[in-house]
Design a protein around this ligand. Structure first.
Ligand SMILES: *Cc1c(COP(=O)(O)O)cnc(C)c1O
Length: 469
């Protein structure tokens, strides 16, 4: 008891702690109240620990120790929460890790428009007010062959805007096999409801026929919606009706035929082992009225939703209040425009867009990179078992997550600790390192690791493994 009283008496005064040098730097970066608040909180926590009978040693009560603990709190306040990550998971478009890394030219475009002023909504020729969408509209129509184009915040927004502007108060027909949940709260039935449409489900989970659509059409029907089932696949006894086969039906009943493509490819990637997917220009060519896709999936650009199609329909969307609420910001616009211009020459897109480079990476080269890392870890005599193994990478990110790319990885088994503990320590570095870990294996896959990150990744792995010794 008297011990406890002694400890409490030894708690330093806040003013005394504030005189410690480690806190000086923070006074320039934070308001005085924040720094003294950090000290007060630290002292308070110590007091409570003592009162609760915790084993608080006297050295934790000296002003320098209390100041050091308070300095950590100040540092945590200043440290950005959004941090750089080395993606060693082998998933190229990881929604949780920010999807597509941008091309250098797109990064420079963001810098250019954000550090000063720009002609975002200003026509330099006439000196009159302009439109923000004008910067990308003609490049998108040129690349896709569509009559008109519109960009919004993301593809979910694009789908919601299209449904709302074209079908509110009416009915939309969707195959039961396409009533997907893309992730989070984006479920087709819910988006239909949010857009004010009555959902009319047709067919069954595995099979939907043209006659199912035909039977569902009534005087309230406004839209026939096709949805890319990006993140799951029905196999076996299946049938669905491609959009082009729905076209005559849509025309006959004066309905809007809409397709949510999800990833939306501008160029054919089937040469790289991707299953043959219709590209956006092909879907436009087939005559689909409204097509939506994401900017940050396999397109390799920033988060955005791109809508292409019939000019009269896109005009309705552009004028809808929701368009203003979902509008794209200038940083995104700058990056998107630059990304799209790379596609004017597809070879350039493939060379300069990180996602496409990673996608097309030669497994033999991946193997060499992994061998190098394997060798380096082996040479260090670390407390691990390390192996070079065959692996698969994934496109991921709601954009063809099922597509597997043959690949290699370095498997690490720590001898003296659990895999989860090593994985957690790796996430604590700057940059954070995210690997693929399951109960019994920790895999380092290099496909989504940039060449210039390779050396740093090896250093962090070595340091993190050593930290367990
Ligand atoms: C990914 C995806 C969406 C959502 O797009 P975001 O750009 O993430 O909002 C919608 N529909 C499909 C089919 C998708 O694959």
């Amino acid at each position: 008891m008297s011990d406890r009283q002694d400890l409490l008496r030894n708690l330093p005064a806040v003013d005394r702690v504030l005189r410690e040098a480690v806190l000086n730097d923070f006074v320039d970066l934070l308001p005085q109240e924040a720094v003294s608040g950090a000290v007060q909180d630290t002292v308070m926590a110590l007091r409570q620990e003592i009162l609760a009978g915790g084993a608080v040693t006297a050295d934790r009560l000296v002003p320098a120790s209390v100041a050091a603990a308070a300095a950590e709190k100040c540092q945590a306040l200043l440290q950005p929460s959004l941090r750089k990550v080395i993606n060693a998971t082998g998933t190229l478009l990881h929604t949780n890790l920010g999807r597509a890394p941008l091309a250098d030219s797109a990064v420079r475009a963001i810098q250019m428009v954000s550090e000063g002023y720009s002609n975002l909504e200003f026509e330099l020729d006439s000196g009159c007010r302009g439109h923000r969408y004008s910067h990308v509209e003609s490049i998108i129509t040129r690349l896709t062959g569509a009559e008109a184009a519109l960009v919004v915040n993301n593809n979910s927004g694009a789908v919601l805007l299209a449904l709302t502007a074209l079908g509110r108060g009416k009915e939309g027909v969707v195959s039961r096999g396409e009533l997907v949940e893309i992730g989070g709260a984006f479920r087709i039935p819910d988006v239909m409801e949010a857009g004010g449409l009555k959902l009319c489900e047709v067919g069954t989970s595995n099979r939907t026929h043209l006659r199912d659509y035909e039977a569902a059409i009534n005087e309230n029907t406004a839209i026939l919606l096709k949805v890319h089932t990006s993140n799951y696949r029905i196999v076996g006894f299946t049938r669905d009706v491609p959009a082009r086969d729905l076209l005559p039906l849509a025309r006959q009943h004066n309905l809007v035929l809409m397709e949510d493509l999800g990833s939306g490819l501008l160029i054919d990637l089937s040469g790289f082992g991707l299953e043959r997917e219709p590209t956006v220009p092909e879907v436009v060519q087939a005559g689909v009225d409204v097509i939506t896709f994401s900017g940050d999936k396999l397109l390799g650009g920033p988060q955005a939703g791109i809508i292409v199609g019939r000019a009269d329909l896109l005009d309705k969307m552009r004028k809808h209040p929701l368009a203003r609420a979902l509008r794209i910001d200038k940083l995104t616009l700058a990056a998107l425009e630059t990304t799209l211009r790379l596609y004017l020459k597809p070879e350039r897109a493939q060379e300069e867009l990180p996602v496409l480079r990673m996608f097309a990476a030669d497994p033999a080269v991946q193997k060499e990179r992994c061998e190098k890392l394997f060798q380096r870890l082996s040479d260090e005599e670390l407390p691990i078992e390390v192996r070079l193994i065959e692996d698969v990478s994934r496109v991921g990110g709601g954009a063809m997550p099922l597509t597997e790319l043959p690949d290699w990885a370095v498997e690490i088994n720590p001898l003296n600790e659990r895999i989860q503990d090593l994985a957690r320590r790796l996430r604590g570095y700057e940059p954070a390192v995210v690997v693929r870990s399951s109960n019994d294996r920790l895999l380092v896959n290099l496909r989504a690791v940039f060449d210039q990150e390779e050396d740093l990744l090896a250093q962090i792995l070595i340091a993190a493994i050593r930290a367990a010794e």
